[in-house]
Structures are given as structure tokens and as C-alpha cells.
Design a protein around this ligand. Structure first.
Ligand code: NDP
Length: 255
């Protein structure tokens, strides 16, 4: 019997797939057999990851695009369609943070975070929808955060974007169930990446506070996202839509 986690013959787009959590998910999808489009602004980083994916035995393309730019997103989707002939899976993972309290955050900083973390998911999902529908169904995975649930004094725009991404996930799940497109969110806990390396430099005591609150007693690793990405991309999750799943070592259920 075929494995319900088998992704051979499927085509996945991972925004921000050239580093951090996106790279962890990209590796998981490739190991399950999916062909991969890696989307980021840094072409050299994306090329390196595409070569790594091809070495794992799947087809891969690196597509340079700023996911806040509507025209670039349209061109990116067209490029992936041309390269592989179909699109089955979209992971909206690209994200940034600007850490300041609300009273110090400038409007352009607010907009940059909202556009990168939230508007990009709208642009990519809308642009990918016709191809997912034409494929007979598909999967969209949006990346939230613990700040989809909790607040933080230093992350007003980030928390707003990550709360918004959960509601956007639910709206798309309702709209596109009829097209056999499942839309879910992953809420990572505290994961060791470039993003949080900066946070640990900027926020006093963060490293220790995370360790103390996380029942698993460690920071997450990018490899922790391979399994959940495969599950939410595969037939194993065909009746699961509109959810937001914490992958956090228990952080969100710990007092
Ligand atoms: P990284 O900084 O390691 O990676 C971010 C990725 O996003 C890079 O690959 C970057 O590629 C890409 N990216 C950023 N802006 C754009 C843009 N405008 N257009 C295209 N690509 C872009 O971050 P993480 O791996 O830590 O974070 C990934 C996601 O997970 C984010 O949404 C983040 O908010 C979320 N998250 C992370 C947590 C953590 O603890 N690390 C916790 C909770 C959520 P390039 O430089 O080539 O543009």
C-alpha cells in the first residue's frame, strides 16, 4: 500500500526555503519525494539549497522574488508552473521581525513587517490558487508563531501579522475546501535560526526564559519542521483544514 505521506509527483513552493525553518521544511518535502521551488531574495543562498535538493533525487528550482511585490509573485508562480507543469503545495514561510515597543515603531517598519509576514501570504496564495485548483486540489501551509497566541512588548507588528495569518488561514480554508485545497498554519515555538539569533542579542535573558518555559527543555531545530510539513502537505491530512498547530516543545501549554 502507498504511504499517505508520499509526495512523489507533487510540486511544492517554499517561500524563504533557502534558510532557517523554511530549509528544514524543504528538506522534509524533498525527502518525501516532492519537487521543490525555493523562493527568496538571495539567489546564491537559494541556488545552494536547490543543488542540495537535487542531490536528494528531486527536481528543484531557485526563484528569486520579493514576496511583498505583487508582480514578482505573479512571475514566480508562472516560473514554477513553466518549470514543473503543476503546483500542489505552497508554504508561506518568509518572515521578518523588527523588535521595538509600539511607541518606537515607525509606520514604514510596521508596514514592512505586515507586508512580509501577512500580505505576502495573501499575494502568494491568490496567485497560486488557479494552479492548485487545476491540479485537482492542494495544500497551503502558513507559518505563524507563538505570537499568533501571545503578545510581546517588543513585537507589535510581528504579533499583529502572526495573529492575522491564523485568521487568513481560516478564511482560505473555508473558501477553498470546495476546491479540495486544505489550508493550515504551523505555529513554531522558539527555534534556533538567524531570526532568533538576532533576538537573543537584542532581548536580555530571552535564551534562558525560553529554556525555562519549554517543557522539552531545548530550543527547536529546523529539522523539527520536516515531519509537520510533510504531514500537512500529504494525503495524510486531507480532512484537516483551518487549523493552527503549535510545534513548540510544549511552550504554548506551559504556565
Ligand atoms: P530566517 O531569518 O532564518 O529566514 C527567513 C527567510 O525568509 C529567509 O529564507 C529569507 O530569504 C526569506 N525572506 C524574508 N523576507 C523575504 C521577502 N521579502 N521575500 C522573499 N523571501 C524573504 O527566519 P526563520 O527561519 O526563523 O523564520 C521563518 C518563518 O518562521 C518566519 O515566518 C518567522 O516569522 C517564523 N517563525 C520563526 C520562529 C523562530 O523561532 N525562528 C518562531 C516563530 C515563527 P532571503 O534572505 O533570500 O530573502
Amino acid at each position: 500500500m502507498a504511504s499517505p505521506f508520499d509526495l512523489r509527483g507533487k510540486v511544492a513552493i517554499v517561500t524563504g526555503g533557502n534558510g532557517g525553518i523554511g530549509l528544514g521544511m524543504t528538506r522534509g518535502l524533498a525527502d518525501a519525494g516532492a519537487d521543490i521551488a525555493i523562493v527568496g531574495r538571495n539567489q546564491a543562498k537559494s541556488d545552494t539549497v536547490a543543488a542540495d535538493m537535487m542531490a536528494r533525487g528531486v527536481r528543484a528550482v531557485a526563484v528569486t522574488a520579493d514576496v511583498t511585490d505583487k508582480d514578482a509573485v505573479t512571475a514566480m508562480i508562472a516560473r514554477v508552473g513553466d518549470a514543473f507543469g503543476r503546483i500542489d503545495i505552497l508554504i508561506n514561510n518568509a518572515g521578518i521581525n523588527i523588535r521595538k515597543p509600539p511607541q518606537a515603531l515607525e509606520l514604514d517598519e510596521w508596514s514592512e513587517v505586515i507586508e512580509t509576514n501577512l500580505t505576502s501570504a495573501f499575494l502568494c496564495s491568490k496567485a497560486a490558487y488557479p494552479a492548485l485548483k487545476a491540479a485537482g486540489g492542494g495544500k497551503i501551509i502558513n507559518i505563524g508563531s507563538m505570537m499568533s497566541i501571545f503578545g510581546a512588548s517588543f513585537a507589535p507588528a510581528y504579533a499583529a501579522s502572526k495573529g492575522g495569518i491564523v485568521q487568513f488561514t481560516r478564511a482560505c480554508a473555508c473558501a477553498w475546501a470546495v476546491d479540495n485545497i486544505q489550508v493550515n498554519a504551523i505555529l513554531p515555538g522558539w527555534i534556533d535560526t538567524d531570526l532568533t539569533r538576532t533576538a537573543r542579542q537584542q532581548v536580555d535573558g530571552l535564551h534562558e526564559r525560553v529554556l525555562a518555559r519549554t517543557p522539552a527543555a531545548r530550543w527547536g531545530e529546523i529539522g523539527d519542521f520536516a515531519g509537520i510539513a510533510v504531514f500537512l502537505s500529504s494525503a495524510a491530512s486531507d480532512f484537516l483544514t483551518g487549523t493552527a498547530i503549535p510545534v513548540d516543545g510544549g511552550y504554548s501549554v506551559s504556565a
